[in-house]
Design a protein around this ligand. Sequence first.
Ligand code: SAH
Length: 467
Amino acid sequence: MKTFPMFLQMAGRRVVIAGGGEQAAQKSRLILKTEAEIVLLAQGEIDEELRGLIDGGRIRLDRTPVTPDHFRGAALVFIATGCPGMDAALHALSQEAGALTNVVDRPDLCDAITPSIVDRDPVVVAIGTEGTAPVLARQIKTRMEEMLEPRLGDLAALVGRLRGAAAQRLGPRQRRDLWRWVFSGAPRDAHARGAEREAAELIKAAINTGEFAAPQAAPVSLVGAGPGSRDLITLRGVQRLQEADIIFYDRLVDPELLELARRDAERVFVGKAPGAHSWPQDRINGVLVAAAKQGKRVVRLKCGDPGVFARGAEEAQALSAAGIAFEIVPGVTAASAAAACTGTFLTERGKTDTLVLSTGAMRDGAELPDWIAHLTAGTQIGIYMGVGAAQRIQAALDTCGFADEVEAQIVSKAGYAEQRAVTCAAQDLARTIREADLPNPAIIFLRRASGAAGDASVDAGAERRAK
Ligand code: SAH
């Protein structure tokens, strides 16, 4: 290590920032997070943001000609004038004063380098690469941001306040177990979901009674993985993955997402492998219940949103029937991802006021859902699992009498690198899908334009809105 990470004491100390522009403002922002007094050395014009901070009394401005005395005794000095010559001159003065100095964009002149910071004050993670790979530092920071829930700092602060009480009542070994439980069990879960008082009460009761054994069984999480690329999952979804002992996942779930899980977590594929039978739903329900009963933290990872054509309701029912709690962690559904990847909007004021989600995959022998009835002007219908039913969808449109007003769009593999979108007249849907060779998964949108000929409902709608 050429540099060594340390946390500097800042409360009641002085940090000197030389410069009056954006660079100085940036450093001020950083130091404002601490309890240090900030002194700004600036001769010329002052950035608006800095001006506001000076006027508000958060920063003290010193316009006197700079000497080493300005830097003497400072906890830290930032030199950030934006002018290389000036920076070098000020650096020399700061060195003369023996102050720990950082010169912006001049690593060769720096005694101290500012790390990438993940701030959950008082929990702070500092990441440094000694200037070799700032991009990597940012990637690590993103990972950490995902891992550490926003309220984690408050929980740590709460624990800090209760340390004394715990030390009075519990032995060292018991205290270690207590804190382990606090940060991996019910208190952290409660705190993360915003129930701060519940978390505090749980910890206080545990300190008073010395009992905090079995954390309450976590609910089975039905987690939406989003479509395609792994960065479309929610932070909550990532958290559940990281906590899971066992993950049951589907075919359309990006395998890279599973890498976010703990290394020792079990991963069970319950989808349909090409050429193989899919897992019957009853069997999936059965394994979810069995794993939860073994006390495992179970994640059921589904592509898109677990509440949209994902048979989530059936799994939830099976869990409830077995007395097991469940939660739903929503995800980006295919319709949202498909619209986003084509730069379109699922609804548009005055143009698409109604959105219908439907499916082309029905129970054996069942009719297609009657979405034709919804296909009024200004409506967009997203049909999931519709590619195999394209012929039937087209036939349904053929009988409706306004097929020529309907535009179809097929979006294949939204969110994947190889995403594609093709638009055609609704009457050409089946042929277009065949000829364009659009691979699954794909979603079909049908849009009946607002103001389409022969439809009065738009005008009526506009009138209603105007009132
Ligand atoms: N729960 C999922 C839907 C599962 S049903 C969700 O909310 O998105 C599977 C169907 O979803 C596919 O047949 C296809 O119609 C659609 N789908 C899933 N991922 C998709 C993607 N990346 N691009 C386009 N459509 C997708």
